[in-house]
Design a protein around this ligand. Structure first.
Ligand code: SAM
Length: 473
């Protein structure tokens, strides 16, 4: 039975509840009075239930969809301003014992080169990432209990945080790794991880079992209940996601929101982020072999509906998407994007030969970080390298209260400007720097509190003239 508070995946992601939700959405998708009422509720910026949001997602009425897009854009502006947080993935290892049918790291793939970075390799990769200007990483790895042990992860995190190369530093390490135990989550928390990310892949249990035929990931309940264990282990920033293309998107959308509702109900804090990856071509994986691919319009609608359903949750888009798609969804709710990414193990130091690639999927946006930063600024976004919340202990519900307090503009906005300034001083091309300096000059005026504005101006001066770094509110 559906129970948002239950600790059992079959209850909080209840199949019958999803089917009823989809039937309700179908019945009401052209019910203008109901749709108007849901949009009015969404305008209060307190979110929507999975049922309400599913009605909006199903709605085919063009005029109403335009209202949904407009509201998503407005909510995005209200909560995140024009800041976009930057990050890069770092692949530690592609050894994997699972049989995921959509991922080229599946254990039966005998021709993909298998690699695991040594601590020395990690040093080199991190220096390359620091030299690009990155401050925030998402660690990625396959599941291999013998090779990719908890000790290996902990040592790797320690290594990454310890590297100080020129003015560089990795200030926040997020991690996307297989579901594990409460004790291991506790160890990750102690090691100083930011967000624990785990994609559900699909919420449809029957499909999940088929798509993950072998290996520990086959256990749907253990995987789906991972965020509960992470929270019990003290990690209060967790990142959800589904891999769109595996099952029907409306089913996934309802499941995703039910998962968010469950975390909020059971732990008092919803997901810190939601990622929206789409299935991509990769080594021996052909997305056409899967029947549930979604087009760009549907993708944009999903992003907009997530934005208004969970206004406090950050939304992440990776370089799986090309520039054009990224541009479209940035307006509709995305708050974090990667740039200059490599999805191969060791790819930041050494480009791999064409016949021996360890990539997890093809990257569609192949621009450098400098190009991505410039492109964002040309659209009047502020690329932010800020990691302050996590380092000031503003995680979980404390981060949410910052969002709700309306102090973001006096806090996140200055932090974005100061970290962008660091980037411009240390890593940007001359052209990017010129655009960025102008943007900062203009945007500093948008810090509402006079005192805060004065501090920001002084810090910007110290960054530029005294080579000082790492200011934060
Ligand atoms: N092994 C971990 C796990 O079990 O979740 C870490 C995940 S993996 C390194 C990161 C994510 O890449 C997966 O969760 C999956 O959603 C995504 N992925 C796998 N194959 C993909 C493909 N062909 N196209 C796009 N994304 C893919």
């Amino acid at each position: 039975m559906y129970d948002v508070n239950s600790k059992c995946a079959d209850d909080f992601i209840n199949h019958e509840e999803i089917l009823e939700t989809l039937a309700y959405a179908d019945e009401n998708k052209e019910n203008v009075a109901l749709i108007d009422a849901i949009i009015e509720k969404a305008k209060k910026r307190k979110g929507l239930s999975h049922r309400e949001a599913s009605v909006l997602l199903a709605c085919p009425i063009e005029e109403k969809n335009q209202e949904i897009y407009k509201l998503a854009e407005q909510i995005k502006k209200d909560f995140y301003g024009n800041r976009i947080v930057m990050f890069a993935p770092l692949y530690l290892s592609n050894y994997c014992v699972n049989g995921c049918t959509y991922c080229p790291y599946h254990a039966k793939n005998k021709h993909i080169p298998r690699k695991q970075l040594s601590q020395e390799d990690i040093r080199r990769e991190v220096i390359a990432l620091q030299d690009m200007g990155h401050k925030r990483l998402a660690l990625e790895a396959g599941e291999d209990p013998v090779r990719n042990t908890m000790d290996y992860y902990l040592k790797s995190i320690e290594t990454i945080y310890s590297i100080k190369h020129k003015n560089g530093a990795i200030r926040r390490v997020n991690i996307n790794m297989a579901a594990t135990t409460v004790d291991n989550y506790r160890l990750l928390k102690e090691a100083g991880i930011g967000t624990y990310i785990l994609f559900q892949e699909t919420y449809h249990k029957e499909s999940y079992l088929e798509l993950h035929p072998t290996g520990p990931k086959h256990d749907y309940n253990y995987h789906t209940e991972a965020m509960d264990r992470a929270m019990e282990g003290g990690i209060d920033d967790v990142g959800l996601g589904v891999l769109f293309g595996l099952d029907k998107y409306r089913y996934e959308f309802a499941g995703l929101l039910m998962h968010a509702e469950h975390l909020e109900a059971a732990f008092g804090v919803g997901p810190h982020t939601i990622s929206v990856p789409r299935l991509k071509h990769a080594d021996d994986i052909n997305p056409d072999d899967f029947n549930n691919g979604i087009d760009d319009d549907t993708f944009a609608k999903i992003v907009a509906c997530i934005r208004i359903a969970v206004p406090y949750t950050g939304m992440i888009i990776s370089t799986r998407e090309n520039q054009k798609t990224r541009e479209r969804v940035l307006h509709l709710g995305i708050s974090q994007i990667s740039g200059g990414s490599r999805t191969s193990v060791g790819g930041y130091c050494e480009p791999e030969p064409d016949d021996a690639k360890s990539e997890q999927f093809d990257v569609s946006d192949t621009r450098t970080l400098d190009e991505v930063v410039r492109w964002l600024m040309e659209m009047e976004y502020i690329p932010s390298f800020c990691t302050a919340c996590y380092r000031e202990g503003r995680t979980g519900d404390r981060f949410m209260s910052l969002c709700k307090s309306g102090q973001i503009q006096n806090c996140c906005h200055p932090n974005a400007l100061m970290t962008l300034k660091e980037y411009l001083m240390d890593y940007a091309s001359l052209e990017t720097k010129a655009i960025g300096d102008k943007l900062i000059e203009k945007e500093v005026l948008n810090v509402p509190n006079e005192k805060a504005r004065a501090v920001v101006l002084e810090n910007l001066r110290l960054i530029e003239h005294d080579n000082r770094r790492d200011f934060r509110f």
